[in-house]
Design a protein around this ligand. Structure first.
Ligand code: PXL
Length: 276
């Protein structure tokens, strides 16, 4: 069984980060080890939240793993709460040279950075991305990483160019989520800098009356889990698009849906289809 380490916060209520990664990666048949970077009462889209950063614990935790000879097949980083945490996450990734490194540069959505991130944060996040095998920004994050103004409605050629430029600093593969070629479909676009090839995959776009939080974490967790099952990165991308779309569809139909997160729980059994 593969062991994936995921490095991100735990939001006690809010259905994102570790509360999404743990069930998804486990359901996909890999061991999910965690390095919690912060404990929040609720994620930062709530009006009120507490944050306790666990920055000081990150290195001692890793040192214990070193003493116990614990290693990981993959490291998947998500929400990191500060610039210091970005440095520590970079150090951690470097300490597992054989691990497959996935960086989801969680910083914002819908053209805006999440609450609490400085204007400088994307520049530092870019350094973490540069050491990754795969980075998975949404469009807001892709433009922020390149220090550019967010633009809506980018076409396929513009996104291909963006993905190529995101790899120029050293990341091997860029997967841009929220790709919407103009035909009522939504998905992701991947560029592999080793082979110079692109792969795109979309599902029918489900209209929601409000933006949904946590879809990026669902996407990245499925991608990491399916990739670690050896299904190839195109297969992982297609599974991540399909499953995320199925979760959004389920959320829209869920009469008891919570405004703050995606109703992914009842869709989890479908993950078995991808790996059986
Ligand atoms: O889903 C991304 C995410 C992760 N962690 C925290 C967040 C958010 C998005 O708002 O606030 C704490």
């Amino acid at each position: 069984m593969k062991r994936i380490l995921t490095v991100q916060d735990i939001s006690c209520v809010g259905k994102c980060s570790l509360s999404v990664a743990l069930p998804i990666i486990s359901a996909l048949g890999s061991e999910c080890a965690v390095l919690p970077t912060a404990v929040l009462s609720t994620h930062t889209a709530f009006r009120h939240f507490t944050v306790r950063e666990l920055t000081e614990d990150m290195r001692p935790i890793r040192e214990v793993w070193d003493k116990e000879n614990i290693t990981f097949d993959a490291v998947y980083t998500g929400y990191l709460a500060s610039e210091r945490q970005l440095e520590l996450a970079g150090e951690l990734c470097e300490s597992y040279p054989d691990a497959f490194i996935l960086v989801d540069p969680v910083m914002g959505d819908f053209g805006r950075l999440y609450s609490g991130f400085s204007a400088d944060f994307p520049k530092r996040m870019k350094k973490l991305c540069d050491g990754a095998d795969v980075i998975m920004p949404n469009l807001t994050e892709a433009y922020a990483l390149l220090g550019e103004e967010y633009r809506e409605g980018a076409g396929t050629n513009e996104l291909r160019e963006l993905a190529k430029r995101l790899c120029e600093g050293g990341a091997k593969i860029a997967v841009i989520t929220g790709y919407e070629p103009k035909d009522g479909r939504c998905g992701a676009l991947k560029y592999d800098s080793d082979s110079g090839t692109f792969f795109e995959y979309t599902a029918e776009k489900v209209q929601t009356e409000m933006p949904l939080h946590g879809t990026g974490d669902i996407f990245a967790s499925v991608f990491a889990g399916v990739a670690c099952k050896g299904m190839g990165l195109d297969g992982a991308l297609a599974a991540a698009v399909d499953f995320t779309a199925a979760c959004v569809k389920h959320t829209v139909l869920d009469r008891e849906r919570r405004w703050y997160g995606v109703s992914f729980e009842e869709v989890l059994p479908r993950l078995w289809e991808y790996i059986k």
